[in-house]
Design a protein around this ligand. Sequence first.
Ligand code: ASP
Ligand code: MG
Length: 424
Amino acid sequence: MSKEKIKVYKFGGASVKNAEAFRNVAHIVRAYGGERQLLLVVSAMGKTTNALEQALDLAYRQQDFEAVFQQSEAYHADVLQELFPSPDSAAHRRIKQLFDELRSALQRISSSDNYDKAYDQVVSYGELISSALLHHYLQEQGLSNTWVDSREYIQTDSTWREARIDWPGTERLIKRDLPPLLEQQLVVTQGFIGGTGENLTTTLGREGSDFSAAIFAYALDAAEMCIWKDVEGLLNADPKYFPDTVCYPEISYQETVEMAYYGASVIHPKTIKPLANKHIPLYVKSFLHPAGKGTRIGDCRFEKYAPAYIIKENQCLVSFSVKDFTFVSEQNLGTIFKALSEVRIKINLMQNSAISFSICADYHPERLHRLIGTLQDQFIIHYNTALTLYTIKNYDAESLNRVIGKKEVLLEQRTRTTCQFVCR
Ligand code: ASP
Ligand code: MG
């Protein structure tokens, strides 16, 4: 008999933002997922990650974080209360315990700590809490499941806030423990977080839960993965900016990776590679209309896709010129790239001319100032901020006109399929 295949579902923050949303998750699991061979990866509830970032910032500056902390605790308590009316249930005890731990973690922070390391120890509680709630709720609904601590499975290095995966170690641990559990029941675990060999918590980057789900899917040789979202599938633009979006019924891994890379907020950019390597199809579906077809991302080839519009705000454009009128050389570029990587500025677009080199990147004031500090002896550096990077994939005359219109373009780049503009 052929082995039954495992499915991985990822539920993002919006799909567990209140009690009603938790009920809906239970419905989707029962109606579409089944009661075994299904791993659930969950993000922090609603905007919890932002709230925890705020509490962390306050704690780090040795300011009072209590109000922010209590607001987040009260938000979770309301949901808990609605799902579990009896205050002495196991769910109440567990959530209380996690918030107590979180408070102690915040209290321990001193301004001399490594900020990024402290970030991972604190902000990871969002997922620990939401997954505990989901575990208890499904259990109570008769959907028997095990809560798994993903820090014991997703093994990473200690690049805080952007940890790199130890793939062989991670795969071995997941393969060793999870298939036998999944034979019997559901497994509930956290997105976004991993663990180091020294038992410290790491995170995989904002919106990293998609990536977590793909890591589990890869290690489990899953039959499919599904991301449940508040949109009907993978759209060609963000409905926040464009009223008339279209949903792709089917799209290739490659096309999706490029869209994610250019900054489409639909899927975390690292999600696709592990799935594509094992030909695991990825579905993007609406948790509001779960019976809809959504989008299937996989090994398909199409000649022509509808133009995709990707907007990245809060960009800076930084230009480096050599001081002595020599040309920008490979050696100069090497110096610039090394400094960029040291301060962790990622290039979204770059261009060079005879005596200058320009990059467009997300604007992080502190990182940019460190970069300037490192390079100002060797280069004249100019920069602009508050810019927007527009990317149009599969562009045509109409789509270009629609996006750029009369905007002031500071830098432009075109390939056969993609057009990018940095605009004020
Ligand atoms: N909770 C994390 C975030 O908001 C991870 C995720 O949602 O994927 O970034
Ligand atoms: Mg999210």
